[in-house]
Ligand binder design. Structure first.
Ligand code: PA5
Length: 446
């Protein structure tokens, strides 16, 4: 049984997708051009063989530590967390005895204090991940953790640091050069949310013991036809990433402005957060896009699913399943009559039945849905999913006539925060801030 995209409930006919499908030649030409110019390393992966060699060389070094503290945010953290939760859930389960991966992806004083109070520095490697090398949430944590490590370890502190950053530019690159700190590169043109299959995601995955080659092989299988210099419109039109991009555009045009990522592979729930960032930061542009919503089966059947089923009819769904999840223990035979339908059945049958039930209920309630049915829940399938959704996002953005690789709108909030902290060179933001802070407020005690 291969991996399947099941389009049966997707409303393809009603969405009238011909106009988008008809752009396959144009999209293929764009893909050829962008790949040839090196602007899509996410798909062409020219860096991969070299990186895998570097990772082989890093294995013994990483094995010398029990804890990895990863400092990063957004695309520099979400992929690593998805891989950790999917394949190394034991840290969240009883009696885990290492290794431990701690992902510090927020400005959270409680967490940072706790890492410094409780992590043993001599057994900890700190991996700071930032493509730009200047993101304050990440670099700010680095400054504090660097002092902590230096204070506790002394001159050898650099041995406990690994920087994953741009090859040439940015503060972290300079920091690495000045202090001879070990580094791994984030290749040119590989932006955060597209970077999980670089050192950004693979270093923590390797530390945890993942078969990173299987992950990469899966991704390569999906990406290779797109990166093929001979790609033409006919070939592109047969690829699942193009189908998804066309579907997503049809949905948006028809007013479906929310896209649920519903994972019925419980351990893969964090791929929902990874996907949400990928989709939102790539496609929310110029008043266009659809809001991604990460949901977990069966948990969210008891929380947000009522809204999916009977709220505004503006939602579509990517529905993730895997029929070969472990069966788990059996229910006892001696159950009350009200539960006779599970007597002697395997626990795992419940999630499959609930997935089927929710999927059918969504469709019956008019939610266009594509099921992504994975043959196995292993790293190879995860690699395929990552490449499929990344490629679909890029193609969806091109069909929307926006740039899926930038995120200009998020800069304003960052500049205002800097102005608030007194940074120089932001006269407009400083003036805006003064207006905001002195304007008439409508504040009511509660
Ligand atoms: O996807 C993106 O580009 C962003 O979410 C970045 O990953 C995030 O802003 C962190 O950036 P950096 O890796 O430069 O610290």
């Amino acid at each position: 049984m291969p991996d399947i995209l099941d389009w049966s409930g997707s409303d393809l006919e009603r969405l009238e997708l011909e106009a988008f499908e008809g752009r396959s030649n144009e999209m293929a030409a764009r893909m050829r051009e962008e790949v040839a110019a090196g602007r899509l390393p996410f798909l062409s992966m020219p860096y991969m063989d070299g990186l895998l060699e570097q990772l082989d060389g890093l294995q013994d070094y990483l094995a010398g530590f029990e804890h990895m503290l990863l400092l990063g945010i957004g695309g520099s953290a979400l992929g690593a967390r998805a891989l950790q939760k999917a394949f190394f859930p034991r840290q969240d389960q009883p009696c885990h005895d290492g290794p431990w991966l701690w992902i510090a992806d927020n400005v959270d004083s409680y967490a940072l204090e706790s890492y410094m109070a409780k992590l043993p520095p001599e057994k900890t490697v700190v991996v700071t991940v930032s493509k730009s090398g200047g993101t304050i949430e990440t670099v700010g944590q680095y400054f504090i953790i660097r002092d902590w490590m230096r204070g506790r370890i002394g001159d050898d502190w650099t041995e406990h640091m690994l920087l994953v950053t741009d090859e040439k530019a940015g503060f972290l690159r300079k920091e690495a050069d000045e202090n001879a700190i070990r580094t791994l590169p984030v290749p040119d043109n590989l932006g955060g949310r597209y970077s999980v299959l670089s050192a950004v995601g693979l270093v923590p995955a390797l530390f945890l013991g993942m078969d990173v080659r299987a992950l990469v092989d899966g991704a390569r299988e999906m990406a290779a036809p797109l990166a093929d210099p001979g790609l033409d419109g006919e070939a592109l039109a047969k690829l699942p990433s193009f189908d998804l991009a066309v579907w997503a555009n049809g949905l948006m045009r028809a007013g479906y402005d929310q896209l649920i990522f519903f994972s019925y592979i419980p351990l893969w729930a964090s791929f929902g957060d990874w996907f949400a960032q990928l989709w939102a930061e790539s496609l929310g542009k110029e008043g266009k896009g659809s809001q991604p919503i990460a949901a977990i089966g069966a948990t969210d059947q008891h929380s947000v699913n009522q809204m999916f089923l009977d709220g505004p009819r503006n939602k579509a769904c990517l529905f993730l399943t895997c029929p070969t999840l472990p069966a788990g223990p059996r229910f006892p035979e001696n159950l009350p009559d009200a539960f006779d339908y599970v007597r002697g059945k395997e626990f795992g049958e419940l999630i499959q039945a609930e997935g089927m039930g929710t999927r059918m209920a969504l469709q019956k309630n008019g939610v266009p849905l594509v099921e992504m049915r994975m043959e196995h829940d292993d790293p190879r399938q995860a690699g395929k999913l990552i490449a499929l959704l990344g490629a679909a996002t890029i193609l969806a953005g091109w069909l929307m006539d926006i740039n899926p690789l930038d995120q200009p709108a998020v800069e304003l909030g960052k500049r205002l925060a800097k102005a608030r902290l007194g940074a120089d060179g932001l006269p407009e933001e400083t003036a805006d801030l003064a207006d905001f802070l002195t304007s008439q407020r409508d504040e009511r005690e509660f």
